[in-house]
Design a protein around this ligand. Structure first.
Ligand SMILES: [Zn+2]
Ligand SMILES: [Zn+2]
Length: 444
């Protein structure tokens, strides 16, 4: 089916003629017009979401607003996907591939400190504590941009050669204890099937100059895995250590052993990685050797093989060091939030680069560095080719390097980036459906 379409596109001169100032797809001029026309609505959505943030797996109002809008636009809507997720399908008037666009929906337990007129005053409970709630990671922008793109695409429905699936995903920031959700759960519930998705696109706001689009082929954001090592020795008097097995000394050896994973076994010319022990807990007074200790930490990597290798080394070091001392160790890796490496499909990235340049302006698109945070968009990319990009939101008259980071109570997103994001997402979908960029690549 896809091959046939590609041949059709290559043999018909129309898309090539359309590769003029207006762009690669024949609807690019419409996108340009609609990004201006729809911008007041996109801004209004963004402010409404910002004022009404909800934590992961609790995005019920958010989901209702999104589902209502998508239904009005003529999408076939499924709600309750991975708890609160919303999926909309728009079948174009012409045959073609299926492209997915994804936005996350959740906010964070952060009390907003800025003075926006539409700032959040929401409060809730998180881990038994009273907390403020804020879209401190900027997912309000992502939702508004995707609703804007959905509106534009709905207006072109009859002329679309293929199907658009919009995925509004809950709980990107992690889950309440004991719950399932997020991208991994959406994939398990079949969000990439029926109709089967051929490619997926997503973006994230970031403290780069407003309107900048930053991309990276291949690995882009790190994997993240939490580990917990419990070392069980034998309690004894601190003055008679030979009467027991000291888990503090063994735990210390394990911490030092873990330091050799990156320094001695990871090929750092291929991809960097990090192993950090962030918690070392055990004992309660000076003259008691405790029964057990706990080490908790995180692993970050940019390569799935390296990631698995590090996990194996952590298990081996903890259990064998403990065994050598007559103790036992249990190792749990991947407790709570555990995300794969965010890997942009290199061919898809190359194919869509002209789209990014056209949508954001060539001067505003640049290659970015590796980023040590993680994204569960990676679960979609494990199943289908995907491209994830950063959208700059720091006001142009400010120093982006000094701007408040995502998750800060002062995180600020300049709304001048919204129409850029909307053009990027809409044109990624259109260029993919029309196959215009594929024709360009094939012709090289
Ligand atoms: Zn975040
Ligand atoms: Zn985020």
């Amino acid at each position: 089916m896809r091959k046939l379409l590609l041949l059709a596109v290559l043999s018909i001169p129309v898309p090539m003629q359309a590769q003029t100032a207006s762009g690669t797809n024949p609807l690019a001029a419409d996108v340009e017009r609609l990004s201006a026309e729809l911008n007041p609505q996109v801004v209004a959505w963004r402010r409404d979401f910002h004022r009404n943030p909800e934590l992961g797996n609790r995005e019920t109002r958010t989901a209702r607003v999104i589902a209502d809008e998508l239904r009005k636009l003529g999408f076939t809507v499924t709600t309750g996907v991975a708890t609160t997720g919303v999926v909309g399908v728009l079948k174009g008037g012409l045959p073609g591939p299926v492209v997915a666009l994804r936005s996350d929906m959740d906010a964070l337990p952060v009390t907003e400190q800025g003075d926006l007129p539409f700032r959040s005053t929401a409060k809730t409970q998180w881990n038994g504590q009273d907390v403020g709630v804020m879209h401190a990671c900027g997912h309000d922008n992502h939702m508004a941009i995707l609703l804007g793109a959905a509106t534009a695409l709905a207006r072109m429905k009859d002329r679309l050669p293929g199907t658009v699936k919009v995925i509004f995903q809950p709980a990107e920031e992690g889950l309440p204890p004991g719950e399932v959700g997020g991208a991994e759960q959406m994939v398990k519930e079949g969000v990439l099937e029926n109709p089967r998705v051929d490619a997926i696109f997503g973006l994230h706001v970031y403290p780069y100059p407003a309107g900048t689009v930053v991309y990276r082929p291949g690995p882009m954001m790190a994997s993240a895995d939490t580990f917990l090592i419990t070392i069980k020795g034998r309690q004894t008097h601190g003055a008679v250590p030979w009467g027991g097995i000291d888990p503090i000394v063994i735990g210390s050896q394990v911490v030092m052993g873990l330091q050799t994973i990156i320094s001695r076994t990871v090929n750092i010319t291929e991809a960097p990685a990090v192993v950090t022990v962030g918690r070392f807990t055990g004992g309660n007074r000076s003259n008691i050797v405790p029964e057990s200790v706990e080490l908790e930490g995180t692993v970050r990597s940019f390569n799935e093989e390296v990631r698995k290798g590090i996990h194996d080394r952590i298990r081996a070091i903890a259990t064998h060091y403990a065994e050598a001392a007559g103790a036992t160790a249990t190792v749990e890796i991947g407790r709570g939030t555990t995300y794969p490496v965010t890997i942009n499909d290199p061919a898809l990235t190359e194919r869509m680069l002209p789209t990014l340049r056209r949508a954001a302006g060539a001067d505003n698109v640049r290659l970015g560095p590796l980023v040590g945070t993680a994204e569960d968009f990676s679960f979609f990319q494990q199943k289908v080719p995907g491209l994830f990009v950063f959208l700059g939101v720091t006001p142009r008259n400010q120093d982006a390097a000094a701007a408040a980071q995502n998750h800060s109570p002062l995180f600020f997103a300049d709304e001048s980036a919204l129409p850029v994001g909307m053009r990027v997402m809409t044109n990624l979908a259109l260029d993919y459906l029309f196959g215009g960029s594929a024709a360009t690549v094939t012709g090289r």
